[in-house]
Design a protein around this ligand. Sequence first.
Ligand SMILES: [Fe+2]
Length: 146
Amino acid sequence: MSLLPEGYPNDARAALAILNARERLGIDDLKVLALIELSGESAYFALGQAAGNDEARALLERNGQEERGHAHRLLKAISLLGGSFELPTPEANPFYRPPVKMDGLGENMLKGMEMKSVTVVSSSNTVAESTEISVSVRPPVPLSNG
Ligand SMILES: [Fe+2]
């Protein structure tokens, strides 16, 4: 059984496009956002492995840990809005992609790091219907050298 709500693709960019097209995000949308954030962890760890420098690797891995932290922050928001959700293992995340072997950090790593903002409003919790949460979305970094 997929962790994704009906209608969401397992491609993070396509899912982000759906999220960005919504006027308001509900609990299911926040779950998708949490999974996207979680997928950033493994993406940053793969970049760290390609960095070729211990200090750079440590910094990139810290970014990955922060992405997991963002996912946990979304879990708290989901809970406050009356929902519940648990993060899967990285490999069970529908947005997980096995790392691509890289020989270094090319300019492609900067693609997709555009900041996007969305407004979050629960659609299924009367207490939270007027609650708005600003969320910054940073899509996972592409892992190919292409
Ligand atoms: Fe993030």
